[in-house]
Design a protein around this ligand. Structure first.
Ligand code: MN
Length: 341
């Protein structure tokens, strides 16, 4: 067996498709699913592909979309009532398409349909994608799955609903064109979507920056109570269970607070703790400079990325902060001594 064949066998078949319709063949029933706890790119790519297939394939083709409940703010993109949120019936699809999912388990309850399907397709942009489908189309230099899909769609078939869904995914995975995955191509595609009439100012505000009153109150409270440690290089804030209850909030209302803490001038690492039980805290960390917060989170049994990581820790709030800052201080002093050399 030659090496290319071996790779095919191990990884499935990596296909560089020109057009999504190439893999449909004579499929009459098509299932689509994205990953668990859907984010903007997951919801955007799933809706875009659903509406595109509805438009580009003829009558008599059944297309179903499966996703866990999606955040309320994403419901302005097309009619989201078509999304199926559970295994309603047992059906063997001719083709099942996984979107924005680096591995099979990410599909959650929809795995059942994926595994039963006659043909499977995996469209994604995660560098860690495990090529779990019969046909795999992974572009790991793309900002988002929505960017990958744009390249697989015929531009003249992209209507306003499809354009809005694609735009949603791109702005969410790039942090509104801010993260390093934003390329010239990303901006070109966004430009083309804007010409389709995407109400971009409104979409960015409503799906990305909008906070409800409780979320703003929690943000205000966390900023007010934040403290600087390690000579201003680390900022820490915490939320007790009681406070969450007082503001009628859940942990989901804390989204984005850590990012606001991180952009405090002079800060290398931001830490946000929220109490999950007596002497138990969920820890989020964000880094600006050279501190590898993944390493620290991993030491305490968690994980994440170099600049964004989290873990669960036990003890009083002072124990938790002291344990974390000791690691941060250690990394910062190593960095300083390296610079001095
Ligand atoms: Mn994505």
């Amino acid at each position: 067996m030659g090496i290319p064949k071996l790779i095919e066998k191990v990884l499935g078949v990596e296909v560089i498709m020109k057009h999504i319709l190439e893999v449909l063949g004579d499929a009459r029933t098509i299932g689509i699913a994205g990953h668990v706890r859907p984010d903007g790119d997951c919801v955007g790519s799933c809706l875009a592909l659903y509406y595109y297939l509805k438009k580009a394939t003829g009558e008599g083709i059944r297309v179903d979309l499966y996703l866990e409940p999606i955040p309320e703010k994403f419901k302005t993109v097309g009619n989201t009532d078509i999304i199926k949120q559970e295994n309603e019936e047992s059906i063997k699809y001719d083709l099942f398409i996984a979107l924005d999912s680096g591995s099979l388990d990410r599909l959650g309850f929809a795995q059942e349909y994926f595994l039963a399907a006659n043909k499977t397709l995996n469209i994604d942009h995660h560098i860690s994608n495990t090529r779990f489908a019969g046909t795999n189309h992974v572009e790991d230099n793309a900002s988002s799955t929505c960017e990958v899909l744009f390249g697989l769609f015929e531009e003249d078939k992209i209507d306003l609903t499809i354009a809005k869904a694609l735009y949603l995914g791109i702005i969410h995975d790039t942090g509104v064109f801010k993260h390093s995955n934003t390329s010239e191509k990303t901006m070109m595609i966004a430009g083309k979507l804007i010409t389709k009439g995407v109400p971009f100012s409104q979409m960015i505000d409503e799906t990305f920056y909008l906070k409800n009153y409780h979320q703003n109150q929690m943000l205000g409270r966390c900023l007010l109570e934040s403290i600087l440690v390690l000579h201003g290089k680390c900022i820490v804030s915490s939320v007790s269970k009681k406070t969450l209850e007082f503001y009628d909030s859940t942990s989901a209302d804390l989204d984005g607070i850590i990012d606001q803490l991180r952009i405090t001038e002079g800060v290398e690492v931001a830490i946000l703790l929220y109490e999950t039980d007596l002497h138990e805290y969920k820890v989020s960390m964000r880094a600006n400079g050279f501190v590898d917060v993944r390493k620290i989170a991993a030491y305490f049994g968690g994980g994440g990325h170099i600049k964004a990581a989290g873990c669960t820790m036990h003890g009083t709030i002072h124990d938790v902060v002291n344990n974390l800052t000791a690691h941060i201080e250690h990394q910062l002093s190593n960095q300083t001594s390296e610079q001095e050399q």
